[in-house]
Design a protein around this ligand. Structure first.
Ligand code: NDP
Length: 494
């Protein structure tokens, strides 16, 4: 149960721990009342003259007014990126590009506290996640790709001409709201390392860390036009991916919008990568270490409020241990602290938007209507802002909407299985194929499962682990192309 970020949930036999508030200071970040578009190295007013408000989902407080780019603004940004590509960036040596990337990585580290507070304010995620995961992993992506910039000729990528492989040109990149700074790093770091310039559109509900990143580009003295940030909603993204002078489109977001983008670029010369939705199975066998598996289940679905494309949203547990696993899982869920994202003790923060909350609420209601059993620990949620309690559904069948559709919230659907073959059949019974988890003490079973699971990433006895050196991406309706590692470079080279 939780309320203000300092109270622990409690059920039955679980002891109640009181936590004193431990708020991170908001004063480390100075948010202006309005922001323009970042084009050609400068903040400029949008030609449209329009703007929108970005709010804190935890309090509904307006944080800033942000410019809304229309098609003409996108055109200005693409032209700036083209100029920077032709005149500067594509002519620069990999070694010099690497220096800029190292500089950006170091500034992200230096300004990490500011970025973490800003991300938690704008997105609603707990400060311990933005501080310990989002920001350091974003810096790690720039460090990793800085190292590649002068070694592309040795990456083992086949090229038509001798020498290092050539960049594509201007990349149009559209990112979602669940990991705003980290998704920006996943997109911008490899593009720049490979010699491309970029125009990036952050999500409408989380534009602030991208605008801070624009300031970091200025601080790093990155040549003007190499990075351009155009804020706005879906139409801005549409204008960007449909622009004639964009050579490469990189998108992370919903499968529905991914389909629209695939249709937009079909038949054009544009290269595309799509990182879309998921409905991952987290498979727990009867020989798994139960306490560790429970931590993995919790991390798999309640990390970032479940706003994670690779979230372990379908728990498949072997029937013989289902009762024990569920009992311990409920006990653990009752200790999760929900509330103020800036409190360092908070485990589960706010839902990112009213729209997303409505979607989670609707799908959870459908779970009950279709006959599954719903459970949440006793919860007192804050009065303002967008909140949803950690929720568990048992008695779920494979046909239920909560077992098939991406909820993108703190909602876990539990199914059981008896044999490894049944586990594989159920795990693969989804239109998605982004990730999966396997919990067992047998190495041979891990390999057997990994061979059969149709998922881009299979975690064994862990979940939601990310590293810039490791490729990430999906099968089927989870998209195509890989980000990260050597494979991720291919998406930005001819
Ligand atoms: P979207 O796919 O709509 O948004 C992702 C990004 O694409 C945003 O920047 C969005 O802008 C932009 N966009 C929207 N429409 C277009 C378009 N036609 N052309 C180009 N860009 C566009 O996700 P939502 O935020 O609407 O979330 C809806 C659902 O998608 C969630 O409930 C969740 O299930 C899933 N989702 C999955 C993610 C993943 O990583 N797999 C990430 C985010 C969402 P804007 O924000 O302004 O709309």
């Amino acid at each position: 149960m939780v309320s203000t970020g300092s109270t622990t949930a409690s059920t039955g036999s679980t002891p109640m721990f009181e936590y004193a508030p431990a708020p991170e200071s908001r004063a480390v970040v100075d948010i202006a009342s309005s922001y323009g578009l970042f084009i050609d190295g400068e903040f400029t007013d949008p030609g449209s003259g329009r703007s929108f408000k970005t709010i804190s989902p935890a309090t509904e407080e307006v944080l800033a007014e942000v410019a809304e780019a229309d098609a003409r603004d996108v055109d200005r940004a693409v032209k700036a990126a083209r100029r920077a590509y032709s005149r500067t960036w594509s002519k620069m040596s990999g070694r010099d590009r690497g220096k800029y990337l190292f500089r950006i990585a170091r500034i992200i580290q230096e300004r990490s506290r500011e970025l973490a507070v800003l991300e938690s304010l704008d997105n609603g995620k707990p400060i311990k996640e933005s501080r310990d995961f989002d920001v350091p992993t974003a810096a790690a992506h720039f460090f990793y790709h800085a190292g590649w910039a002068d070694k592309l000729g040795y990456a083992g990528l086949s090229t038509a001409e001798p020498g290092a492989p050539k960049p594509l040109g201007v990349a149009g990149q559209v990112i979602p709201w669940n990991f705003p700074l980290l998704m920006l790093a996943w997109k911008i770091a490899p593009a720049l390392a490979c010699g491309n310039t970029v125009v990036l559109k952050p999500a409408e509900t989380t534009p602030l860390t991208a605008l801070w990143f624009a300031q970091i580009c200025q601080q790093a003295e990155l040549p003007p036009g190499v990075v351009n940030i155009v804020t706005g909603a879906g139409e801005t993204g549409q204008a960007l991916v449909g622009h004639d002078d964009v050579d490469k489109v990189a998108f992370t977001g919903s499968t529905e919008v991914g389909r629209q983008i695939a249709r937009t670029v079909a038949g054009s010369r544009k290269k595309v990568t799509l990182e879309l939705g998921g409905k991952a199975a987290n498979v727990v066998f009867d020989d798994a270490p139960v306490d560790q598996a429970v931590e993995g289940i919790v991390n798999g679905i309640f990390f970032n409020q479940g706003h994670v494309c690779c979230a372990g949203s379908r728990l498949l547990v072997q029937e013989s241990v289902a009762e024990e696993v569920l009992e311990r899982l409920k006990r653990r869920m009752a200790t999760l602290r929900i509330g103020d994202p800036l409190d360092k003790n908070t485990d589960v923060g706010a839902i990112n938007s009213a729209q997303q909350l409505a979607k989670i609420t609707e799908l959870s209601a459908a779970g009950e209507t279709e006959g599954a059993d719903r459970w949440s620990p006793p919860c007192r949620l804050p009065e303002h802002g967008f909140w949803f309690p950690p929720t568990l559904f048992t008695g779920v069948s494979q046909a239920h909407r909560i077992a098939r559709e991406e909820i993108f919230g703190p909602v876990l659907s539990v199914l059981t299985f008896r044999t490894p073959d049944e586990a594989v059949a159920k795990a693969n019974n989804t239109p998605y194929g982004l990730s999966a988890g396997v919990w067992t003490e047998k190495g041979s079973r891990i390999l057997w499962m990994a061979e059969r699971l149709r998922a881009g990433v299979v975690w064994a006895n862990t979940f939601n682990k990310f590293d810039p050196t490791s490729p990430f991406g999906g099968y089927k309706e989870s998209g195509y192309g890989r980000e990260g590692g050597r494979h991720g470079l291919e998406a930005y080279l001819q």
